[in-house]
Write a protein that binds this ligand. Structure first.
Ligand SMILES: Cc1ncc(C[n+]2csc(CCOP(=O)(O)OP(=O)(O)O)c2C)c(N)n1
Length: 374
């Protein structure tokens, strides 16, 4: 094997920085790099870049050191998360982005976003480094260090010129596996009895040394009101990512991770379920409190009210252990059995709760300290 390729240089830099996970989504220009990455680092294949922000957040909070490797267009899919999660809480995330749209670009659709990307990042206050030649690859190293030392995202835009003429191997394609699939679950949704607040009371009464991640809006405030603890992580933005954060945490923690998610949030980002189904962590429980409404914004109806059954969606996404809970006893039993996906049928009702009197950075620091010390 040729040991002087630009791809090997990148691997050396990542290893030199102690990077232990790579969350990836392909670009044609980095197919050789991605092959090498999968041989050298624990690789998490993404189905949408935004999920990678959630998963990498969980990995970092739990003690891991992740990187994302994506196409630059994917930055457009993760912008809200980079600002409302990483910049708000002070979370590092080095991102190596194959910069499309600017160098020998043949795909018209790449140009609009690619050309404007540096200005978009400047306007967003996101650190970035541009790499326009092989020698400049060494600048990936300070970019990664900046990200972890200053706890902020840092995007490295790597021009395709860097890989031109490189002799790295590219992977053999994998054929679809012949199989028979079916959903062997009968799902019945009955009239709701519990409120979200009552469901969270049950959750908080059962969990002591384990982790709870609460969804943005009222669920986080209700959990704070019912039982604040250092091992609670409260979301305040990045709607749709709470279960992905839980997944990342479960991958690096021995503790069990319980996520309080909502129907509106899961419908915004159902591909979070695909990640959970694929990576299959037995120390993760997603408790989807389905009040058939965007409760936190005024109980506007969601598609679960008559059409979508979240438990079936979870099963179809590859999650094997799922259950419905209508009553407190059913919820308690499901939590004690550590079922992966608990579909809680709840009434749309918001308890009046005060604002959480903690800044996002305080929530993060308190949580990380508790993880380290216990
Ligand atoms: C991208 C984005 N769109 C919309 C919102 C506004 N928003 C905040 S919470 C929320 C509702 C969440 O609903 P759900 O997940 O069902 O949880 P519930 O509040 O019902 O517990 C919405 C729409 C947001 N924060 N981010």
């Amino acid at each position: 094997m040729n040991t002087h390729t630009p791809e090997i240089k990148v691997i050396e830099i990542l290893k030199g920085n102690g990077i232990d996970f790579a969350a990836t989504l392909p670009c044609d220009r980095i197919k050789a790099l991605l092959q090498l990455i999968s041989q050298n680092l624990r690789t998490i294949p993404l189905t949408r870049e935004e999920n990678g922000v959630g998963i990498c957040t969980g990995l970092y909070l739990g003690g891991g050191k992740p990187v994302m490797i994506i196409q630059s267009t994917g930055v457009g899919n993760m912008l809200n998360a980079l600002l409302s999660l990483n910049l708000t809480y002070g979370l590092p995330l080095p991102i190596l982005a194959s910069w499309r749209g600017v160098y020998k670009e043949t795909i018209e659709a790449q140009r609009q976003f690619g050309k404007k990307l540096p200005s978009i990042m400047k306007a967003s206050g996101i650190e970035f480094t541009i790499i326009n030649s092989r020698v400049e690859l060494q600048n990936i190293d300070p970019a990664i260090k900046d990200s972890f030392e200053n706890t902020r995202p840092h995007i490295v835009l790597i021009s395709p010129v860097v890989w031109e003429g490189s002799l790295c191997d590219v992977p053999e394609p994998v054929e679809i596996t012949s199989r028979i699939s079916g959903l062997d679950v009968r799902s019945e949704i009955r009239k709701p009895i519990m409120t979200r607040y009552e469901a969270i009371e049950v959750i908080a009464s059962l969990i002591d040394d384990d982790i709870i991640i609460a969804n943005l809006g009222i669920p986080a405030k209700e959990l704070y009101e019912i039982r604040d603890r250092e091992l609670n992580f409260y979301m305040t933005g990045s709607m749709g990512l709470v279960s992905s954060i839980g997944l990342g945490l479960a991958m690096v923690q021995k503790r069990h991770v319980y996520v309080i998610d909502g129907d509106g949030s899961l419908l915004m980002n159902p591909n979070a379920l695909i990640g959970i189904g694929t990576l299959d962590q037995d120390n993760l429980t997603v408790i989807a409190i389905d009040n058939a409404a965007y409760g936190s914004t005024g109980n506007q109806e969601t598609a679960t009210s008559r059409q979508i059954d979240l438990e079936l969606l979870a099963r179809a996404s590859g999650i094997q252990k799922t259950i419905k809970a209508h009553s407190k006893d059913e919820l308690k039993k499901a939590i004690l059995e550590k079922v992966t996906f608990i579909h809680v049928i709840a009434r749309p009702y918001n308890m009046k709760c005060r604002e959480i009197p903690l800044l996002a950075k305080e929530i993060k620091e308190r949580f990380m300290k508790a993880i380290e010390n216990t």
